[in-house]
Design a protein around this ligand. Structure first.
Ligand code: FAD
Length: 440
């Protein structure tokens, strides 16, 4: 038995963890008694890849094919985005969608149907998938796509590993003219201003805002917005020495858990003030490598230890685009409670994908909260607000929402459950998350 937790270090469970190296081994394991959940790199925040028995796909990490002419790639599910970038960027191809860390597996990316800073224009990872190969709970292998076994395809994209084990993913990369991003940074003095800026820059491929959730008064909602486009050196703005340079490994490591007291509203306020004032003037343009643009936190290995040994949770919700007032009310409630996070990230989503994917057309806000005795009752209160504005919470970040709230907030759950029952009839594949939310 090993103590296992995901990125937020909450919850921690005693589990049997098996590394899976081949299809044959996986199929054998599934034929034995017991139930399992599959795990990628444990970068989901909560309990989605936790159970008494866990099958780790990390050893299934081979590249199966990569056509450098068309940008079509097929990899086993345990391959990290980190490794894909190292192979594809020198060949002038980039990930079509990437979350805020590159240390996730492609299997995990599909199971959460991850989104990036380009969802408003380019959707989530499922928009770019050609086909998936999946091992079902009975050990058989099937492939699926938008046209072949499409129920399985849509219930797997965002289905949190409950339909079966993704063995490999074939998807379309995005052509790039360099490994650099033409970035624009803007300062917004208030929430109204940042929402207006999002609207004004809606044609930008990438956009993301950091919001100071502890600031009250007339600067309530002050933020920094970052937009970006893949940089074309032919535009002549900046000469690049190594146009297709890949990223380096992290150099800073947090070697131990910080004492719980280190992150409190005073230290977060201080961080926010310094961060906000980093940008002099109201806007700035720069040419930056993709690594700091997409993955600023990857530079610090184990930054999750800053929240201390009790861990933390990430609260990420989305509200429909018309509910700007709702966003303001929820933020005001967080601000009045003085419970902020120094990483409060605001993004805009485009249209919803089929079935169980988290994004819907609207604004999504993600905040980290250190675990403490009063936290969960406060988050239950926020859930009620989110629900009243027609929103929902991202399962991959969650470890505590209750099943009533969950079932009210995702509108196509019954269909999703029917598909799971078809492919995983004895619920042999399940997780702490699926049990907590009574999905199966
Ligand atoms: C710093 C940070 C930033 C992030 N930013 C974003 C973001 O911007 N956008 C976003 O969408 N997400 C974001 N995430 C969340 C992260 O992208 C997802 O949780 C992702 O699913 C983690 O993948 P993983 O390989 O670590 O899988 P795990 O965390 O181990 O598992 C996640 C889910 O995938 C399932 N799974 C894993 N492998 C397989 C497989 N082979 N077959 C079937 N199911 C499988 C698991 O059962 C589980 O349900 C972020 C996470 C971190 C830590």
């Amino acid at each position: 038995m090993t103590i296992v937790s995901n990125w937020s270090n909450y919850p921690k469970v005693n589990s049997k963890l098996y590394g899976i190296t081949s299809k044959a081994e996986l199929s054998q394991k599934l034929k034995l008694n017991g139930d399992y959940i599959v795990r990628g790199n444990g970068r989901c925040y909560g309990d989605a890849s936790l159970n008494d028995s866990i099958l780790s796909c990390l050893p299934m990490n081979k590249f199966l094919s990569f056509d450098t002419e068309t940008g079509i790639i097929e990899v086993q599910s345990g391959v990290l985005l980190d490794d894909i970038l190292k192979v594809t960027v020198p060949k002038h191809w980039f990930l079509p969608v990437t979350p805020g860390t590159k240390f996730i597996t492609i299997g995990g990316a599909v199971a959460s149907d991850v989104h990036g800073k380009n969802h408003h224009l380019e959707g989530s990872i499922s928009n770019h998938i050609i086909s998936l190969e999946i091992m079902l709970a009975d050990g058989s292998t099937v492939s699926c796509s938008r046209t072949n076994n499409k129920d399985l395809f849509w219930a797997t994209c965002g289905g949190m590993g409950l339909t079966g084990i993704i063995l490999s993913v074939k998807f379309m990369l995005k052509p790039i003219k360099s490994a650099f991003i033409a970035q624009k940074s803007y300062k917004a003095q208030s929430l109204d201003e940042i929402l207006e800026l999002f609207e004004r820059t809606s044609g930008s491929t990438y956009s993301v805002a950091w919001i100071d959730c502890l600031k009250g008064g007339k600067h309530f909602g002050r933020s920094l917005l970052f937009t970006g486009e893949h940089y074309d050196p032919e535009s002549g703005k900046v000469k690049l020495k190594e146009p297709f340079k890949t990223h380096s490994d992290p150099i800073i490591n947090i070697p131990f858990n910080f004492p719980g007291i280190a992150l409190n509203k005073y230290t977060i306020k201080l961080f926010n003030m310094v961060y906000y004032n980093k940008l002099m003037g109201s806007s700035k343009e720069s040419i930056d490598h993709y690594d700091p643009f997409f993955y600023p936190l990857d530079a610090i290995l184990n930054w999750n230890r800053m929240y201390g040994k009790r861990g933390f949770t990430q609260y990420q919700f989305v509200l429909p685009i018309s509910e700007k007032k709702g966003l303001e009310k929820i933020l005001r409630r967080i601000q009045s409670e003085g419970m902020g996070s120094f990483l409060a990230v605001l993004k805009v989503f485009g249209e919803q994908n089929d079935l169980i994917s988290f994004p819907m057309k609207g604004y999504t806000l993600a905040l980290d909260f250190a675990i403490h005795p009063k936290l969960f009752s406060f988050l239950n209160e926020l859930d009620e607000m989110v629900l009243s504005y027609g929103g929902r919470i991202y399962m991959t970040k969650d470890s505590r929402m209750n099943k009533d709230f969950f079932w009210k907030s995702y509108s196509r759950l019954e269909e999703f459950v029917e598909i799971i029952k078809k492919y995983n009839p004895e619920a042999k594949i399940n997780s702490l998350l699926s049990k907590r939310l009574e999905i199966i």
